[in-house]
Write a protein that binds this ligand. Structure first.
Ligand code: NI
Length: 241
């Protein structure tokens, strides 16, 4: 009888010990699991941060096209811009606006910004009131009649901007910071290379929609710079910030 009771006590003791050991193990591994989970969460958030490109958006750049509209290359450009959802700035010549009003309407309808590039592509250095009237104001009036909005920006031909133009017309002169000399090289890949090498935040790119090579270059420039996180904007978004 005594032996059986001893055996029973031993058995109970064994069960209790086993239970305590099991509980201890469970608590230990539970904490370990928690640590592991925390570690995983930290690792995930760190890698998520690393996966992001260095700069997401924030970089703005503007494409500008002078001397248009052109009967063939401007519509070609408009089509490619629409496909890419990109807005640009056109500095139109009054004499070309007169010839191709439908293209000017299309530019405005597509939501691009229209600026003035004088009526006959004349230099405005030391321009007197009569010249400003016949070259700048007249082009503004014509553009407003067709596009519905009076241009606020002017790109003076040959980059000749003096304070007189701005104070006399109340317009804002827009020059450029990236000039790939597209009119001179007429080589799309050279134009792309030059722009890519000089692209910068708030840059203003000078092109002419007078050449097929410039239009083709513009499409590649858009595709490449968008990959680098650039957002294409019209010049007002760069100058009036
Ligand atoms: Ni020009």
């Amino acid at each position: 009888m005594k032996d059986r009771r001893k055996l029973f006590r031993l058995m109970i003791g064994g069960v209790v010990t086993a239970y305590l050991l099991l509980a201890g193990y469970w608590v230990f591994t539970g904490r370990f699991r928690e640590d592991k989970m925390k570690e995983t969460v930290i690792w995930q958030s760190e890698t998520e941060k690393d996966d992001k490109p260095e700069e997401t958006g924030g970089k703005k750049i503007a494409l500008t096209f002078d001397d248009g509209p052109h009967p063939v290359y401007t519509p070609m450009l408009l089509e490619g811009l629409k496909k890419r959802g990109v807005k640009v700035t056109f500095f139109l010549m009054g004499s070309a606006v007169e010839k191709y009003p439908d293209i000017v309407k299309q530019i405005a309808d597509d939501g691009h910004l229209i600026g003035n590039h004088t009526f006959h592509h004349v230099g405005l250095e030391n321009a007197d009131t009569a010249l400003i009237e016949s070259e700048v104001v007249s082009a503004n009036e014509l553009i407003e009649k067709i596009a519905g909005e009076r241009p606020q920006f002017i790109r003076p031909p040959f980059g000749q901007c003096d304070d007189g133009i701005e104070s006399d017309t109340g317009m804002i002169c827009v020059l450029w910071s990236i000039d790939p000399q597209d009119w001179c090289t007429k080589d799309a890949s050279k134009v792309v290379k030059r722009v890519m090498a000089n692209a910068k935040d708030n840059g203003i790119i000078l092109l002419h929609d007078q050449y097929k090579t410039s239009v083709m270059a513009a499409f590649t420039i858009i595709d490449e710079l968008q990959k680098e996180g650039y957002e294409f904007v019209t010049v007002d978004e760069i100058l009036l910030d």
